[in-house]
Design a protein around this ligand. Structure first.
Ligand code: SF4
Length: 193
């Protein structure tokens, strides 16, 4: 499957999840402007497939915004390395997601039936299970890639050599072994055995 086909399939998986949890999400207490899960949870993981789509969009934002986001991602990465919670690099001053249409699955999975107010979201168990199955399918779709915290995956994808290798379909975990180990990067093909 080429990248275009994978992107299409990824979108189908996102849609499948939304369809399957639609009834549960009707009870959601989430509203525009509440971005607790983009600020306090600080645990938004992505696959490299999702990362390449986000990276492409970042570079289409224009020089200034693109540089600003890279700075925020570097801050996220440093905070994450210090085990601190961090505000997502894609959340703007109005607490709106600037990549909402292409936000990763981790974000799509998050909703809460009661206001979080700093606590973890309260999600239906069935929706969590559906989320796990869809996540696995996304990782299977991205078998030559990796999974990890957004700032770490985007850090790797911003390196031309890593990006080119990934886009050529060649997986070479040895090249990122030290960074991968110290930053909890998972190898998708090993997650699906
Ligand atoms: S990508 Fe968007 S929805 Fe996801 S945590 Fe960041 S701001 Fe929130």
């Amino acid at each position: 499957m080429n990248l275009k086909e994978k992107r299409k399939k990824l979108r189908e998986l996102y849609d499948q999840y939304e369809k399957e949890v639609a009834e549960f999400k009707k009870a959601s207490a989430c509203e525009i402007g509440c971005a607790d899960c983009c600020i306090d949870v600080g645990n938004i993981d992505i696959t490299t497939l999702e990362g390449i789509i986000i990276h492409e969009q970042m570079n289409s934002f224009g020089e200034q915004l693109s540089a600003e986001i890279k700075n925020r991602l570097a801050k996220n990465k440093a905070e994450r390395e210090e085990k601190k919670l961090s505000r997502c690099a894609f959340l703007n001053e109005d607490k709106l997601c600037i990549i909402y249409d292409i936000r990763p699955f981790s974000c799509r999975q998050l909703y809460s039936v009661k206001r979080c107010d700093g606590a973890s979201p309260t999600i239906h168990l069935q929706a969590v299970e559906t989320g796990k199955q869809i996540r696995k399918k996304i990782q299977q779709l991205d078998l030559s890639g990796y999974s990890g915290h957004t700032s770490y995956i985007l850090y790797l994808l911003d390196k031309e050599s890593f990006r080119k290798r990934y886009l050529s379909g060649k997986s070479d975990p040895k090249r990122i072994i030290d960074f991968g180990r110290s930053h909890g990067i998972l190898i998708n093909r090993y997650l699906n055995k």
